[in-house]
Design a protein around this ligand. Structure first.
Ligand code: ZN
Length: 149
């Protein structure tokens, strides 16, 4: 086991056991229900957005350890960011997990989210890791429901 995969395991375990922002957001302005039929993950993202700034974000629902840990880390990393910054991070995260972005050589804004880079080795888990992000963008766009095919 490499250091990176040990760290990955530990972060997944920690966030699954003790997820951050695992709550409903009172008076939220945006929300979306995300569903990953491949694994059965269901995640609801609620946000309070004012003047293009994500003032608060929370998630609820049930899913596997990876989907929950990814949602938890996502909320920590996008809170206080602008909607445009969150979209850039979504794009980078997506490219990272499908193997189109090498976080060691390319410039990016992912910070600790690079922990999920290892997911690309497990194709069936890519959707678990990206569900929260698809649901986030859906909430920003107010499209109501997001199902990853
Ligand atoms: Zn899953």
């Amino acid at each position: 086991m490499s250091y990176q995969s040990d760290l990955y395991q530990q972060v997944i375990l920690d966030h699954n056991k003790n997820p951050k922002n695992f709550r409903e957001v009172d008076g939220h302005s945006h929300s979306c229900d995300g569903y990953n039929p491949l694994c059965g993950d269901k995640i609801k993202v609620e946000m309070k957005i004012a003047d293009g700034l994500i003032e608060d974000v929370g998630f609820s629902g049930s899913g596997c350890a990876i989907s929950k840990a990814s949602a938890s880390l996502m909320t920590v990393n996008i809170k206080g960011k602008t909607v445009d910054e969150a979209r850039v991070m979504f794009d980078e995260f997506h490219k990272m997990v499908v193997g189109e972005l090498d976080t060691k050589s390319a410039k990016h804004h992912l910070g600790r989210l690079t922990i999920f880079e290892g997911v690309r080795e497990f194709p069936s888990r890519i959707k678990c890791a990206s569900l929260a992000w698809h649901t986030l963008v859906c909430a920003i766009d107010k499209t109501g429901e997001a199902t990853i095919e």
